[in-house]
Write a protein that binds this ligand. Sequence first.
Ligand code: SAM
Length: 237
Amino acid sequence: MADSLGATPQYESIADEFLSHARDGFYNAHYDRPACLRLLAQVRGLDVLDAACGPGLYAEELVVRGARVIGFDSSPRMVDLSRQRVPAGDFRVHDLTEPLGWLPDESMDRVLFALALEYVDDRVAMLREFHRVLRPDGALVLSRLHPTGDWLRHGGGYFDVRVVEETYSGGWKLRYWMAPLERTCEELHQAGFLIERLVEPVPEPAVQALDPEDYQLLRREPRGFLAIKAIPDPRRR
Ligand SMILES: C[S@@+](CC[C@H](N)C(=O)[O-])C[C@H]1O[C@@H](n2cnc3c(N)ncnc32)[C@H](O)[C@@H]1O
């Protein structure tokens, strides 16, 4: 399999299904979103860039919490869904393989980048763009598939950086980058970020009854996601 993904929007044909799945689904609603929203913390009055915003589920919550949200996604359907869901947000079609030329330097307080790092070939160039648009006291919050979970599912060398294909329960076939944890830390470093926190979330006991099986699995094993808060390294501006 070729080790590049290019710019084909893989989610375009499954955008509506993704929305149905992620709106209340255990992994997104009760595991990833709580973890990233906790890392984002207080966003009232802040400018937040929702990168690879999907159908606007994060943007909706951020606007409720008082943020001004600009979002983008490479899938036009995802952008339509975001616009419908969050009229107060400002959404556009944009692919992460391109620079964020429409955003000035140091114009954002937070960049949220949830569950899309895996779909980008040149992650350092993209992270540098996030760094450029962040204010010096800003922060990037990202989540990605847990690399140990990827390795348990796909096998092979844990340390290899490679493109894999996976078929999910809805029948979605997606290609994405597998990379060890160190690679993500290194890419953040190369882009000028300092990691402030790294979280391996587990679901809260309060959501156990919603899906006892996934709850037990994710409390026990690193098969879901992890989340990182990184800040522009003040020594390297
Ligand atoms: C798993 S979904 C996550 C959506 C949203 N961040 C969330 O957590 O609800 C991945 C999203 O990344 C978007 N995406 C993938 N590759 C992209 C790229 N190169 N540029 C912009 N968006 C991309 C997809 O279209 C999809 O909406």
